[in-house]
Structures are given as structure tokens and as C-alpha cells.
Design a protein around this ligand. Structure first.
Ligand code: B12
Length: 420
């Protein structure tokens, strides 16, 4: 059976290697499926390219990755699904069965499947679930449309020898960098985030090191970690850094972390393993800080460690959550002015997703509904982006003052690793 995996993601600031599909290639090969990867990122006419591919080669089934529904930022906002719909429909016109997956898909599976008019979808990890799905599909035993890959996780035994199915040089020369994962899922409770409270699966550290060595040997030595947050488990994170130091692979990397858990040893080993940039999301709302077990004292300590170990620290500050006071926002701004991380990106427009605690609050309170970026109706699907905000840009700029430490998220197109 022959599977075609398609990356329809054409966003280029920065372009992102479709690592989810690279991981699926290894998984499908393990289960003896034949698999090709069609990367449409740099194609000027993606549907034409897909049509030609399907005319030239026979595939039994098409898997399409939906990484982003939209750009999530309010400023310079982009909605990607309209273009992706043309790609899905192109495959459907050619009588192909289309399966969806990816983090954008998993954020709102029912709504995305319906909008794109695809056949099936897999939520969460695909390495074990996708081959299982294909076995079922082949035998005609399918009676659902959406399958849960989260329950199986990523398949710890795989070693991903990546780099051959994607033109990495093209990505690098357009400002992209490599990605890799140490684990999947997030135990934090951020009430607006689609990744929150998802089951955590750890990979085998030696296998991840092998994957990195394989990429570095091909000349790719700059990475951004693709874990939701690196420090879900303090022990595992430190073990990973130690193994990377031990392996002595010439690379540098940046990562996302949450404030806790942390220790000085973690920061020491992050530096030793060549981390040059850490991005930490912080909520000014102390109710959310409490949910995620940290306070301003922890943040001051973390800023201190980053300075001590010479690692740049980019804070992503979320502020203006429903019912949060302006004093709370001012406290956060004052705190960062005093403690001086490397940068503070400020997000004050919350992108609302169905099935999140913030969406539930909004559904119940008309005083919150008037602070949405479009009129609220009880049939709102939240698929086409809708944002909640308490502040305007002018208001926030006034609170920040002339301080260059702060950047309003989304105003400039760069991501953190391009700014440091
Ligand atoms: C790391 C990361 C980045 C890094 C990427 C670095 C790199 N070199 O790869 C950087 C900082 C560059 C980045 C940028 C952006 N990101 Co980002 N990013 C992530 C993060 C944390 C991990 C993504 C990842 O690679 N995961 C690892 C891979 C292996 O997992 P995966 O792709 O999901 O694939 C697995 C499964 O989903 C499934 N699967 C995937 N495809 C398919 C297909 C089929 C058919 C099947 C069956 C299964 C399947 O199987 C795979 C293996 O298990 C996610 C959050 C998250 N945890 O998912 C956000 C996330 C994807 N990003 C997001 C956004 C918005 C962006 C930006 C648009 C931000 C911006 N405005 O600039 C850009 C987009 C850039 C682009 N060109 O697409 C959002 C998307 C939300 C949405 N509404 O759709 C997320 C979900 C974060 C969030 N909570 O808001 N990002």
C-alpha cells in the first residue's frame, strides 16, 4: 500500500520543516508501508503540483498535515485553512481518501474536518495511530471519522534518520532551522492554550541523540526544540542535556520552557549543551501563575540563572485575561522593567479555541463577549479566529512607556530565534 504525505504549509516567516511528516515516514516504513512526502512549502501553485503528483503516481491514500489553523497573533493575522481547503479538495476531486493530522487539526478536530471536507482525522501523535488506522482502513472496518492518537503516543523505539525526504537547504536558506522533540504533551493548565493538560510521553534519550547526530552529520547544526515545553520533568530534562553534552555533537539550540520545575543544575546543563535562547511564557494573571505553580520570585531566580549562564531569555507575556485587573498588568510590566530579561513579547489578544476554559467563560458572560474582535453568536465555532482583549494597542503602549525591552507580539514578523 502506498501513502502520500502532503505538507500544505506555505507560511515562510519562518518556513518550518514538516517534522511531524518526517516522523510519520519512519513510523510507516517500520510497518512496511511505502511512503512519499510532497512538500508544498515553496511551490507557487500548490494544487497544480499535487494534481501532477497524483497523475504521475498511484497512491492508495493521502495524509495531509494541518500544522496551523491560523497565525494566532492578532496583528498581521493570517488564516491558513482557506488555501488548505483547495488542496484537500484537489485530492478529493481525484477520488482520493484524505486523512488529516497535525497540531492545528488536533486543536479543533471536528471543526477542521468539517471545514476542509476531508474523510478522516487523527488527533495527537501519529506514529502508532496512523499505521493502526491504515490497517483498519485496508480491511474496511472503519466506523468512525476521528481517531485518538494521544492514547498511544509517539513510539519510543523509533530512531528517526531524517533529512532525505525534505529539502533542508531550501528551508535553511529561507531562514528556517531544524527541529526535534524529546517528548510530547504538556502538563500545564494555561486556560487559553490548546496544548494544555495533554498526556505527556517521553522519548528514549539515546534515540533522540542518534536523530540529532544524523542531522548534524548532514550539516544541519541549528535547532529549535519542538516540545511544548522542555521542562515537563526536571530529571528527564537534565538527563537529556547531560546526554547531549556527553555525545559531544557540534550544534546549538533554542527551546520553549515553562517557569517550573527548574533548578540551577538545569540552567547549568542547558548552557553546557549549547542552548543560546530560552522562551518562557508567563501570565501576568496570578490566578494562572498559581495554576502552573510559579510566582514572581521564581521568575526573578530564572532571569538570574539565564544571566549567570549567559543564555538569552525571551519572555512571552500574556496579559489582560478575563477579569484580570489593570494593576496585575502593571505589576508584571514593572517586574520585567526591574529584572530585565533579554526581551518581553507582550500578547494581549487571546485567540479563543472551543473546548478551552476561556471559551467556557466567554460563552457564559455577555460582558466578556463585548470584548471579542467580532460579534459573538451562540453558534460560534471559533474556527475562523476570534480574539478576546481588554486593552487596545495604544493603551498597552502607554503602560509600557518608551521601554525597548517590550515588543508587542505579532507587530513584526520575526520569531524569537531570529531576533536574538
Ligand atoms: C516548535 C514550534 C514552533 C517553532 C518551529 C521550529 C522548527 N524548526 O520546527 C517556531 C518557533 C518556528 C514556530 C513558528 C510558528 N508557530 Co509554532 N509551534 C511549535 C510547537 C511547540 C511544536 C510543533 C512541532 O513541530 N511539533 C512536533 C511534531 C513532531 O509534531 P506534529 O507536527 O504535531 O506531528 C505529529 C502529530 O500531530 C501527527 N501528525 C502531524 N501531521 C499529520 C498528518 C497526518 C495525516 C496524520 C495521520 C498525523 C499527523 O503525527 C506527528 C507525529 O506524532 C507547536 C505546539 C505543539 N506542541 O504542537 C506550535 C504551534 C504549532 N505553532 C503555532 C503557531 C501559530 C506558529 C506560528 C504561526 C507563529 C507565528 N505567528 O509566527 C509560526 C508558524 C511557522 C510556520 N511556517 O508554520 C500554533 C498553531 C495553532 C493554530 N491555531 O493552528 C501551535 C499549535 C502553538 C499554539 N499553542 O498556539 N512554532
Amino acid at each position: 500500500m502506498k501513502v502520500l504525505l502532503v505538507n500544505p504549509n506555505t507560511m515562510k516567516n519562518p518556513p518550518v520543516v514538516p517534522i511531524g511528516l518526517e516522523y510519520l515516514v519512519t513510523a510507516l516504513k517500520k510497518h512496511e508501508y511505502e511512503v512519499d512526502l510532497l512538500d508544498l512549502c515553496f511551490e507557487s501553485f500548490p494544487t497544480k503540483k499535487l494534481t501532477e503528483t497524483l497523475q504521475n503516481t498511484f497512491y492508495d491514500i493521502i495524509g495531509i498535515t494541518i500544522r496551523n489553523i491560523d497565525s494566532v497573533m492578532y496583528f498581521n493575522h493570517e488564516f491558513f485553512l482557506a488555501d488548505i481547503k483547495e488542496i484537500v479538495q484537489c485530492a478529493k476531486h481525484m477520488k482520493k481518501t484524505v486523512v488529516l493530522g497535525g497540531s492545528g487539526f488536533s486543536a479543533m478536530p471536528i471543526e477542521v474536518l468539517e471545514y476542509l471536507k476531508a474523510d478522516y482525522g487523527i488527533v495527537g501523535s501519529g506514529e502508532i495511530m496512523f499505521p493502526l488506522f491504515l490497517d483498519l482502513w485496508k480491511s474496511g472496518k472503519i466506523n468512525e471519522r476521528i481517531f485518538n492518537g494521544q492514547q498511544y503516543g509517539p513510539d519510543k523505539d523509533l530512531i528517526h534518520k531524517r533529512g532525505s525526504k525534505v529539502d533542508y537547504m531550501r528551508y535553511l536558506s529561507a531562514g528556517g532551522i531544524g527541529g526535534f522533540e524529546t517528548h510530547r504533551g504538556c502538563s500545564n493548565q494555561c486556560p487559553y492554550c490548546v496544548e494544555a493538560n495533554t498526556r505527556v510521553w517521553y522519548k528514549n534519550i539515546p534515540n533522540v541523540i542518534e536523530e540529532l547526530r544524523y542531522l548534524v552529520n548532514q550539516g544541519f547544526d541549528h535547532f529549535n526544540l519542538c516540545d511544548c515545553e522542555f521542562n515537563n520533568s526536571l530529571n528527564y530534562s537534565i538527563e537529556f542535556c547531560k546526554a547531549l553534552v556527553e555525545a559531544n555533537i557540534p550544534l546549538k539550540w533554542s527551546l520553549y520552557m515553562k517557569p517550573t520545575p527548574y533548578s540551577e543544575e538545569l540552567y547549568e546543563y542547558l548552557q553546557k549543551s549549547n542552548v543560546y535562547l530560552i522562551t518562557i511564557t508567563v501570565d501576568s494573571d496570578e490566578r494562572i501563575q498559581k495554576l502552573n505553580n510559579y510566582c514572581y520570585e521564581d521568575l526573578a531566580q530564572i532571569i538570574h540563572y539565564c544571566k549567570k549562564y549567559r543564555i538569552a531569555l525571551a519572555i512571552e507575556l500574556f496579559t489582560g485575561y478575563p477579569y484580570e485587573s489593570i494593576e496585575s498588568t502593571k505589576t508584571a510590566i514593572q517586574f520585567f522593567k526591574k529584572n530585565q530579561p533579554t526581551t518581553v513579547g507582550v500578547s494581549f489578544y487571546y485567540r479563543i479555541y472551543s473546548n478551552t476554559p476561556i471559551a467556557e467563560l466567554i460563552k457564559k458572560d455577555s460582558n466578556l463577549q463585548i470584548k471579542l474582535t467580532k460579534p459573538f453568536s451562540k453558534d460560534e465555532t471559533f474556527l475562523e479566529p476570534i480574539f478576546y482583549h481588554q486593552y487596545t494597542q495604544e493603551h498597552l503602549e502607554k503602560l509600557i512607556g518608551e521601554d525597548k525591552l517590550f515588543i508587542i507580539s505579532g507587530i513584526t514578523p520575526e520569531v524569537n530565534y531570529q531576533m536574538i
